[in-house]
Design a protein around this ligand. Sequence first.
Ligand code: IMP
Length: 194
Amino acid sequence: MLKNELIFATQNQHKVQEIAAQINGTYEVKSLIDLAYTEELEETQETLEGNALQKVRFVANKFKTNCFADDTGLEVEALGGAPGVYSARYAGEGKSFEDNMDKLLQELGTETNRKARFRTVIALILNGKEYTFEGICEGNIINAKRGSQGFGYDPVFQPIGYEKTFAQMDIDLKAKIGHRGKAVAKLIDFLKAY
Ligand code: IMP
């Protein structure tokens, strides 16, 4: 293995692009796609921390390599933190991002408290030891979808201090101010100091 190679335990190309842009040559990030591993990783825990650790432990063990995994949830205040760890399957197993957003907008209805946050937990296994890093992005759920970039709930999430939704934003800006970007920044600081 190359000195600065790290496996990102994901098959989501959007995430790889976001993170590779941020790491910017400091580390060579490879994903499960590069390892030709196409099976879905299990995420059966009840917390983001639990899922991130579950994924990273599986991949570190299977490929005998240093790696990191992330898990993200959208936590909506008026919904008691839902969809949270269930964000990917909020509208049911196998439903689309569109279905999940439609359900969210329907659940919120005319609720005036639209406060929400994305929270990412990254779990890292480096030389056999486990570490976790958290990143949070605060914002609001708007009333109707706007924009076509990104993925997931991006078209309905407007980060605080910005007019645009994540789906209308440049990928670099989203990486800089976003939940995953903040968690990755902590990961990078840690790796640099290691
Ligand atoms: P994951 O388990 O980290 O892939 O995230 C779970 C779900 O959260 C995804 O299926 C998306 O619906 C949502 N999600 C995660 N990250 C983002 C993001 O950056 N923007 C919008 N939605 C996201």
